[in-house]
Design a protein around this ligand. Sequence first.
Ligand code: ATP
Ligand code: MG
Length: 319
Amino acid sequence: MDPILSVHGLRRYFPIRGPFNRRRGWIKALDDVSFDLMPGEILGLVGESGCGKSTLGKTLMGIHQPDAGSIRFEGAEIAGVAPRKNRKLRRHLQYAYQDPGTSLDPRWKIGSSLHEPLIIHTDLDQAARDKRVRDILAAVGLPATHLDLYPHEISGGQQRRVGLARILTLQPKVVILDEPTSGLDVSVQATVLNLFGELQRLFNLTYIFISHDLAVVRMMCRRVAVMYLGRIVELGPVEAIFDRPQHPYTRSLLAAIPRIGGARVTQDFWLEGEPPDPGNLLSGCRFRTRCPKAQAICAEEEPALSAAGGQQAACHFPG
Ligand SMILES: Nc1ncnc2c1ncn2[C@@H]1O[C@H](COP(=O)(O)OP(=O)(O)OP(=O)(O)O)[C@@H](O)[C@H]1O
Ligand SMILES: [Mg+2]
């Protein structure tokens, strides 16, 4: 089977501006990121705040242009192509914002927000648009009466459903879900997670699932990518990563999960200190100052992602 999305050497730097708007340096929000996404899978993307998860989602979606690297969607290159030229292809790749409020215009009724992408991207007439909007609204579990409400008149969980409905009206193949359950209470979280599963079957979707919540990632995803300061440091099947993490950073992330009953997978590492300044990265491995295993070589050579156990890890001393 060929990957539906194939990302290679993706890079996105943001300038750091000093006085008089002079550039003082770069934040390497994405630094040489590569992975394949297989049709129908759910790939989890985890890592601390600021490691580049949303930047990856937005760069794939074309909201940010990459500085280097390639993004192939069903074999066709979409990185660096003018948005107007590949609008047809892009439609199949959608990004659900981390903050559901931002994707809905507060002055528009839900109905208008759901019609808008169809007006921009398709030739459907009013009746056909109406039907599609109502079908999708029902699929995300909201009554048609919601079409006449404003975003502030519905709950956070409902806003998320509307955000998702808005994306689904375009019949995408790949959906990037950015922190789709943050801010929801546990019972609503469970319903929303079930909904993702149902929609996946109903619309044949492939997901990239960005989340802080490792327990949710473990439940939802088949494979996981762990990011640290703009790089993927570990990538592999969910069982391998959770049961036998190979990168010290992954071990420390897992050690930080609170558990009720049962033993932790790893009790040995705790993340110490803050992540280094992303605008002023260290030589060699960017995790080394927080790593209990660091040796001389870690300061000299940046480790590449390579086979370790049943997965891949970017570490000189995996395991
Ligand atoms: N538009 C931008 N301009 C400048 N810097 C940016 C921009 N967007 C993101 N950054 C920087 O890039 C880095 C990665 O940010 P990003 O939003 O991708 O992190 P994240 O992993 O999604 O974090 P969180 O878990 O908090 O959502 C951060 O250091 C951030 O400050
Ligand atoms: Mg984010």
